[in-house]
Write a protein that binds this ligand. Structure first.
Ligand code: ARG
Ligand code: ZN
Length: 476
């Protein structure tokens, strides 16, 4: 299902390279590139500018799935621009650039690109304010064969990875361009509208409707922003260290409701444990949303979203540890390219082992060893490369499980002190930004003083079951 965004053709790469060559040249201002050059998703993000803040202000009616409003983007150009792209799939009514109407055109069904042509070319290094007004029914919008917006019986979910923002706000949609967000959504009184960060209060401007206002002050990736509308039961509390802790439960969880609550309400305890492993929790709030409207979980910054299915058989704190570990690995330190997905999923999966060990449910070494031993050499786990799985296998078990076992192998090679120092230094050096697998390998070698290329090549970039297990030959 992830094949919806075409993997790069030679032509696209040439187009990006040409755009880069002309940038800064004294010739006529160039069009901003239609992507940042991501090998898996050539149209993800855009060239020629960086966004610093989004103000997303919407009205949503669950009865009709009509979503309308404006998004105001604060950005700065990085080159002279005759035009630039936004990643967006909804019907756009008007665009202003620095308060002047701009022309725009798009073929959203093709690739989600909205091309904006300002009345006059933009200078390099110029601050710009872009106001996009739009209205559409997102559940009917198909981009490259896929619809990420999830209509539910009483609302909708704007939750997905690697793309979800195109169905509810225009953006520079790539993890390398993080920004702060104010998200405010007006919905009928019988439902709530949840998003990331801190709750800024409700506002009422007309009978029957209520605004819900949310703010994220720590830079956030676009895929990690979420919108959940529905008749959720909302709980507001405070973490032991004084942060807002907001959780929300789908009223249709039925028999799973108690198990979901018994898991998600432990989030501050779990984040407290993860902080002892990775360094301080990075954000201004904690929480969680449980919904039957999706069948996966996602590490929405400050407020992960969980499918109700994770709690169908009882409590499940593994998934809470996983999604909250992503607050460090994925949300605070984000992917340089989508091909680096191991930095998210391998690390969050390893955090599940650490949490299990803390709970007395086996050591990380034992859990990694079990994955290694229980998958014979011909198992498909060993056929996908965690370090470069391909766009259609981005969320393959190999990225998660082989990826986590790889971290145990690193731990065995460098020792506990160096291993945890590597993890913590990684967060300190890249917080608020994005980084790549090569950066992690270089850091591991720097901190441990060991040559580790062979280990990473074996565990991340070689097809086949590694001959030596994650705890060395002693345990195999
Ligand atoms: N990052 C999510 C996780 O923590 C996976 C999201 C998978 N995406 C999807 N559309 N199924 O596991
Ligand atoms: Zn994950």
């Amino acid at each position: 299902m992830l094949s919806r965004i075409r993997v790069g053709s030679g032509l696209t790469v040439v187009a990006v390279a040409l755009a880069m060559c002309t940038a800064g040249a004294s010739a006529a201002p160039a069009a901003g590139a239609s992507g940042v050059g991501d090998p898996y998703y050539p149209y993800a993000g855009n060239g020629g500018y960086h966004a610093s803040h989004y103000d997303v202000r919407l009205t949503y009616d669950p009865a009709t799935d009509l979503l309308k409003g404006t998004t105001t983007i604060l950005a700065r150009t990085t080159q002279e621009l005759s035009s630039f792209d936004l990643d967006f799939g909804l019907h756009t009514n008007s665009i202003l650039v620095n308060n002047v109407p701009a022309k725009f055109h798009s073929d959203p069904k093709e690739n989600g690109e909205l091309v904006v042509v300002p009345a006059a070319p933009l200078k390099a290094g110029q601050d710009i304010t872009v106001v996009v007004a739009y209205a559409d029914t997102p559940s009917k919008v198909v981009i490259d064969g896929y619809t990420a917006w999830k209509k539910t019986p009483d609302g909708a979910l704007g939750v997905d990875e690697p793309q979800n923002s195109q169905w509810w706000y225009p953006a520079n949609d790539h993890p390398t361009d993080k920004a702060t967000f104010d998200i405010s959504v007006e919905v009928p009184d019988n439902v709530v509208a949840l998003s990331n960060g801190t709750f800024q209060g409700n506002a009422k401007l007309r009978t029957g409707w209520t605004w819900w206002r949310w703010r994220s002050r720590v830079p956030e990736t676009t895929y990690s922003t979420t919108l959940e509308v529905g008749a959720f039961q909302v709980k507001q509390a405070t973490t032991p260290d004084g942060k807002p802790f907001i959780t929300a439960y789908d009223p249709t969880l039925g028999e799973s409701a108690d198990a979901a609550t018994a898991s998600v309400e432990r989030t501050p305890e779990i984040d407290g444990f993860l902080a002892t492993q990775f360094g301080p929790y990075p954000f201004e709030a904690e929480g969680g949303v449980v919904s039957n409207g999706l069948n996966f979980a996602l590490e929405a910054q400050t407020r992960p979203v969980y499918s109700g299915k994770f709690f169908a058989k009882g409590s499940n704190t593994s998934v809470i540890a996983h999604e909250n570990a992503h607050q460090w690995f994925g949300d605070d330190v984000s992917l340089g390219r989508w091909s680096d997905i191991w930095l998210n999923e391998g690390f969050a999966s390893y955090a599940e082992y650490l949490w299990a060990e803390h709970e007395g449910e086996g050591t990380a070494a034992e859990l990694a060893q079990y994955v290694y031993d229980s998958h014979p050499a011909d198992d498909k786990l060993w056929k996908v490369l965690p370090g470069d799985p391909g766009a259609d296998k981005q969320f393959d078990d190999a990225v998660y499980d082989r990826g986590a076992v790889a971290l145990q192998a690193l731990r065995t090679r460098v020792g506990d002190d160096a291993f945890f120092k590597i993890l913590r230094t990684w967060v300190v050096e890249h917080r608020g930004g994005a980084a790549r697998i090569d950066d992690f390998i270089a850091l591991s070698e720097r901190v441990s003083g060991k040559s580790l290329r062979d280990l990473f090549t074996t565990w991340l970039f070689t097809v086949g079951k590694p001959a030596v297990g994650p705890n060395g030959s002693a345990m195999t």
